[in-house]
Design a protein. Structure first.
Lengths: 449, 449
């Protein structure tokens, strides 16, 4: 059963650390899952966390290390010698090991690797470090069980037994040929039901879905989701089986990407969370606020350029927040739909088709909104020409805002920039500027001031 | 290897349907994964999709049905008799079967269930339909392999073989006692390495993590992510093993929730995607636009209430979009951090602590922003008192906006409403209103108009 970490529990741990009661502390933590201990450590002060780490055996601490939050881990690792880090790494699976080494400062990386005891393990880790973090190669681990297609079931079980001893859990058995080229997979079910002398060749399933080392992590995530896979084998350009990716790593990736997109849409530049320090939160929030402010200063200048309208059409200036808000809302909706569509590979059809669709939507929504505004401006006591002017300029603003919201993500995506950048403050700020300019310019043309 | 669905391929399929060339069509599709065929069908017209479905055997069509998009599936099912639907359902795993039946109109549900051939399967499906969609019970399936703790390894393998015949894939073997209470799990590894006469009791792992039928799907997702689980057993209140949840269902859930939060933040009320029809997109976008507009109309009224300031302080009206933009951006950042923190269970500490933190952040960010604005307003030719007035009112607006952004999600969460509702247009609109009122009201106090 999982364990719920309560405030009381954290306090109990802190108390035991304060009184240096190591025996009680080890007793208290010994049945906890490493992920739970990591969560406790993340909640303690740094010195307290290091105190606890020193009490536990290296099998447990290596698992804890893997589960700690990035900044806590970085600080803990700073306290350890390269040799101590190497001892932790020796206990870890290759993918976690490569990730943790990659986070170290460059000068420590080589020294840690030199201290690794298991040379085969070290070779695998170094091999994994070649790959780009966001590629299938960067996500995969080297731990897998594979058998030759020419084995019999009996031979195969013996071989699996040998390989399984070295790795944590076996979910799937890969079948390869003499050249280590991936041929298919053996299900536990077929192993259980087959005769001991049957050849693997005769019972394996050849319709295996695999990814290439160079495939992007997004693609891996999409494939695993689409085909409901728990594990996917990774092959090199020649089809050799070089590793496999388990769904837990992909789940973390999907979650991180979703969080990142959400934060970008909200104008947060760093990966900040509610319990970060005040300084980190300021750093994560300031840049977009500043950019938004500079954008707004441009808006102020644009409006002041039409200051002469104040004599006869002062009501125009009451409408500026309305124009800016509508332009912003329309733009954010359009861009969010595009960003999500691009991320999920749902953008089909030509640019012209997209243009037609977006124009229709904004014309439809815009017309109803404009009617509401016209009724209001009439009640507000504005003349018909004035209301007509507001109607025409607001409709234009809505159409332009929706086109900006639609096409900026498309263009960014085409030139290889993450389209999610073009959401939130970016779209609202640029739409404020364009929207206000269009509104005043068209009003000037129609009303003549 | 997975298959990439190209435009050319879709056209080829459409061509073969047009010429009613069934033999060629079956030949073309026979090696495709059902998930790929479903993707092809989603891209075809409805009549074309039905034509293809009629050509394929029920094992394939049931898998396709499971993978189709909701609206396509609903339309396909409308064309089938309850008996035909029951035939498809008979081929599906219990969790997918229960989900599909739940989507049917009420009067068809019972008729489909009555037609199910496999009575054991039908019982399981009906049992699953009792649970809330967003609970562990609603996510779980009945397909699992369990053995009694008193079995020997040999007996156990025989039993697994029998049970495995009826289910698709075996990843984990559960161990239960005579009362069907979950005791632990057997790893493939321990089965491979144990002697045939060893008792299961002596080799199973008892530290199994499980969830209760009534646990919320969010909790299940968090547990599976935290402990890196592929499958998690589900027990009832008395600890009896009643089903299990596989990670693929949880991945779909995580993805859907992330998409929903993102769309809420962008002011989309329905689950719309880029390739939905124009009508659906209008329907998904209009409500928040309309609410935003009504909010803006309030803003227009507030500003016009301060119209007397136009004589001496007309520049105040040039600054309104700046005030609204800054208030909106600050509010969205604060609320996004809270919404994400609440979703990931990261909000710790008291309300007072939260208040202090948010005040500090907004004071820090606000002070720098205000300095920029003061420099600008000076360059813009405004007097010192005027600049001071703008500085004080802008700083107040920033602080209030950040508090609104922080506490509205917290309050919604406390009264049981999804806090994600309080992002995007909701926060920007309410902050526009409050921000503009505060700005003009304070300016009036300081400048005296």
């Amino acid at each position: 059963m999982q364990f719920e970490i309560t405030k009381d529990f954290i306090e109990e741990v802190a108390q035991l650390i304060a009184t240096k009661d190591s025996t009680q502390l080890v007793e208290l933590l010994k049945d906890l899952h490493p992920a739970d201990i990591a969560e406790v450590l993340d909640d303690l002060s740094f010195d307290e966390a290091v105190f606890v780490m020193r009490l536990l055996d290296s099998e447990t601490t290596s698992d804890i290390l893997e589960e700690l939050e990035d900044d806590t881990r970085a600080r803990v690792l700073e306290q350890l010698t390269p040799k101590e880090i190497a001892q932790e790494i020796d206990e870890l699976e290759t993918d976690a090991a490569a990730d943790i080494i990659a986070e170290l400062p460059d000068e420590r990386k080589d020294r840690v690797i030199a201290h690794l005891d298991d040379k085969e393990h070290a070779k695998d880790i170094v091999d994994l470090m070649r790959y780009d973090e966001d590629s299938a190669g960067g996500l995969m681990g080297k731990e897998l069980v594979s058998v030759n297609e020419n084995f019999t079931v009996k031979h195969c079980v013996r071989e699996m037994r040998r390989q399984a001893q070295e790795i944590g859990e076996v979910y799937i058995v890969y079948v390869v040929d003499d050249e280590e080229v991936l041929k298919g997979r053996l299900s536990l079910k077929s192993l259980l039901t087959a005769n001991a002398n049957t050849a693997v060749k005769d019972i394996y399933k050849g319709d295996i879905i695999s990814v290439k080392t160079t495939d992007h992590a997004d693609e891996v995530a999409q494939i695993m989701q689409k085909y409901d896979l728990f594990v996917v084998p990774v092959v090199d350009q020649l089809g050799h089986l070089v590793g496999n990716i388990t769904i837990d790593d992909v789940v973390d990736y999907i979650k991180d990407e979703a969080d990142k997109d959400y934060q970008m849409a909200a104008g947060l530049t760093e990966d900040v969370v509610a319990d970060d320090s005040i300084f980190e939160l300021v750093k994560g929030r300031f840049p977009w606020l500043a950019l938004g402010l500079f954008g707004s200063i441009i808006s102020v200048n644009i409006i002041s350029g039409f200051g002469s309208a104040m004599t006869n059409y002062k009501e125009l200036f009451f409408f500026t927040p309305l124009i800016a808000a509508v332009a912003g809302n329309v733009g954010v909706q359009s861009s969010a739909i595009m960003v999500q569509g691009l991320a999920n590979n749902l953008i089909k059809g030509s640019m012209w088709h997209r243009l037609f669709k977006e124009l229709s939507i904004s014309l439809l929504n815009g017309s109803i909104l404009v009617m509401i505004v016209v009724v209001f401006s009439h009640l507000f006591g504005l003349g018909w020409l004035f209301s007509l002017s507001i109607a025409i300029s607001l409709l234009t603003v809505i159409i332009i805002a929706s086109l900006i919201g639609t096409f900026i993500p498309l263009i960014l995506n085409r030139i290889g920039i993450d389209p999610a950048l073009a959401t939130g403050p970016f779209i609202t700020t640029s739409n404020d500027i364009f929207g206000l300019f269009i509104f005043f310019y068209l009003s000037k043309l129609i009303l003549g001031f």
